[in-house]
Design a protein around this ligand. Sequence first.
Ligand SMILES: NC(=O)c1ccc[n+]([C@@H]2O[C@H](COP(=O)([O-])OP(=O)(O)OC[C@H]3O[C@@H](n4cnc5c(N)ncnc54)[C@H](O)[C@@H]3O)[C@@H](O)[C@H]2O)c1
Length: 70
Amino acid sequence: MSEGKSFPELVTGGAGYIVSHAVLALVDAGWPVAVIDNLSTGFRFAVPAGVAFYAGDIADEALLARIFAE
Ligand SMILES: NC(=O)c1ccc[n+]([C@@H]2O[C@H](COP(=O)([O-])OP(=O)(O)OC[C@H]3O[C@@H](n4cnc5c(N)ncnc54)[C@H](O)[C@@H]3O)[C@@H](O)[C@H]2O)c1
């Protein structure tokens, strides 16, 4: 499923209850994953070790530009 992918899927809200499980499923399937979450209701510990984590708002254009440039 992840064959040929060279950059991570960016998952928004990945520190939340539901989406952190989606992140785990993606990791288990071998997908490279990164998470952006402002931790307004989510928790940093919900993001699996080894997954790139960006603390911030999905409306933060400067942060998104930095993430996409990496
Ligand atoms: N045991 C259970 O059944 C259980 C447990 C927890 C939650 N729930 C329910 O499941 C549903 C979904 O919960 P959830 O935790 O997945 O959803 P959520 O809405 O709480 O999580 C969304 C995630 O997005 C993040 N977020 C919100 N706005 C953002 C923004 N502008 N930029 C970046 N990140 C942002 C939050 O910090 C959070 O981590 C809710 O209805 C909740 O009540 C059920």
